[in-house]
Write a protein that binds this ligand. Sequence first.
Ligand code: BTN
Length: 326
Amino acid sequence: MKNEILRALRETDSYVSGQELCRKLGVSRTAVWKNIRSLQEDGYEIEAVTNRGYRLAGVPDTIAEEEVASRLQTERMGRQIRYFSRIDSTNQYAKRIAEEGAPDGTLIIADEQTAGKGRSGRTWVTPPAEAIAFTLLLRPKLSPDRISMVTLVMGLAVTNAVNSLYDVSAGIKWPNDVVIKGRKLCGILTEMSAEVRQVNYIVIGVGINANLTSFPEEIREIATSLRLELGCDINRAELIARVMTEFERLYAEFEAQGDLSAVMQEYNELCLNAGSKVRVLDPNGEYTGTSRGINSMGELLVETEDGQIQEVYAGEVSVRGIYGYV
Ligand code: BTN
């Protein structure tokens, strides 16, 4: 119920009467009051004025369930939220509850991860109160060979969300790193449980360097945060909710087509590799070429010097810029 109270208070800058809240939520005045008290204990500044009602005067810096849920505008993504102030890894937890039958669209959020997982066995740093770490659990009706494309869809969703909320210019380093001024802002790790022809579930883990001010030595040169780029803290809950909105739209288009044809153009406009020279770290031999963006399967098209187009599949190889990370 705290979600709905917050949502109602957010709809106006002015006061909402107790009576109006009772009517909207279908509960008693006592129930409303108890929940308002509980929100105040959680750090929400809610003014209560006789004959006028309640007004939201300040919100705590939190990504707890009520704060995110009361901002969500989605039908499917994040309709169930599980929040942890501290957890090993939201991806690990998502896989555990997926095995127990948690529904499609469940969103797991953590304020701190003690064993955040990155790609290729690396760790992902998620310090408390600064970072964004969440995992979305989906049960797609797609064959397993389509799943790598979902990661590109999430990369595009995060990039769109960041560019629409803040005065920055984020782009995508294929396949799914979100980058600002050549430095990595966000990483995505998708894991899947599948049979030969059928996917049981996927978990899409997203780590965004929201309000971090420093990084471990080994990534200092290649990482950035929104706080470092903007010079001020961002509202993490607002960003999570916007990512969900963007992802829901893009994923619906992807699911309807079964490939990226409907979102390919949008992706390529933000793809930092498109049109630039890249080095393809193929296990069968490294080569260079000019990237031409992705095709509808999410493969990176690389034109080699002899004019041939190579289709680079995300799972197999890495791509680097000629002069650095992008
Ligand atoms: C990468 O290496 O670029 C991918 C990083 C993915 C990190 C996120 S944070 C939320 C989710 N939980 C994890 O343990 N990892 C992902």
